[in-house]
Design a binder for this molecule. Structure first.
Ligand code: B4P
Length: 194
């Protein structure tokens, strides 16, 4: 079974590319951001907790996130593989994911990081904020805080998988289709060599 991590700073296009990859490779898409937003919409206790952090541009605590991810993966049967979009975002999350897959005799095939510079990220997210209604998309200081959280806590996840030769980088600047083409070339190579 294929387990692929789509990685990058906020607004780098993970969700956008994941949606296209799911269609082409027939994989299940798990976005922790989308899962949290659904919990918030339904006003669940988990959603109320997540909202405290997301509205400030901070990461939701690991324990909450890991448990939610595990429940989601366990609920999805008969799938060819998974795209993890926005997870793992910390080293403890990466360790928990590896442990969970080990229990199933599975492992991560690759992490694909989308590289985009800060000004482009701010531009994209503010632009999405015009229609998304997301509080964390509408205020530049919150967006900058999300980028800071990425630098402080998330970027190390790239090195975690690099140490086992599983991290790859794609330029995330350009048209959505061009980026998709580059991601699929890389992914096809990875799949052939699995
Ligand atoms: P996410 O929902 O993961 O959101 P994101 O980082 O903003 O988005 P993404 O990179 O997927 O960008 P997208 O394709 O949408 O996280 C939101 C929050 O949830 C986090 O800040 C955190 O608080 C919490 N959270 C989630 N997971 C967590 C975890 N594991 N642990 C702890 N907390 C967690 O693209 C952005 C915009 O750019 C879109 O408008 C898109 O149309 C546009 N775009 C995409 N590609 C483009 C391109 N090539 N050119 C121009 N525009 C493009």
């Amino acid at each position: 079974m294929l387990h692929l991590i789509l990685f990058g700073p906020p607004g780098s296009g993970k969700g956008t590319q994941a949606a296209k990859l799911v269609e082409k490779y027939n994989l299940a898409h798990i976005s922790t951001g989308d899962l949290f937003r659904a919990e918030i919409q339904n006003k669940t206790p988990l959603g109320i907790k997540a909202m405290e952090f997301m509205s400030q541009g901070q990461l939701v605590p690991d324990q909450v996130t890991i448990e939610m991810l595990r429940n989601k993966v366990d609920s999805m049967t008969n799938v060819k593989g998974f795209i993890y979009d926005g997870f793992p975002r910390t080293t403890p999350q990466a360790q928990a994911l590896d442990q969970m897959l080990k229990e199933k005799n599975e492992s991560i095939a690759a992490l694909i990081a989308l590289h985009v510079d800060d000004d482009e990220i701010v531009r994209r997210i503010l632009n999405r904020g015009l229609s998304s209604g997301r509080q964390d998309d509408s205020d530049e200081s919150i967006i900058r805080n999300r980028m800071e959280e990425y630098r402080k806590k998330t970027s190390v996840v790239y090195d975690y998988y690099k140490a086992i030769h599983k991290s790859h980088t794609i330029d995330g600047f350009g048209s959505i289709d061009e980026i998709f083409e580059n991601v699929t070339c890389l992914l096809d190579d990875i799949i052939v060599n699995l």
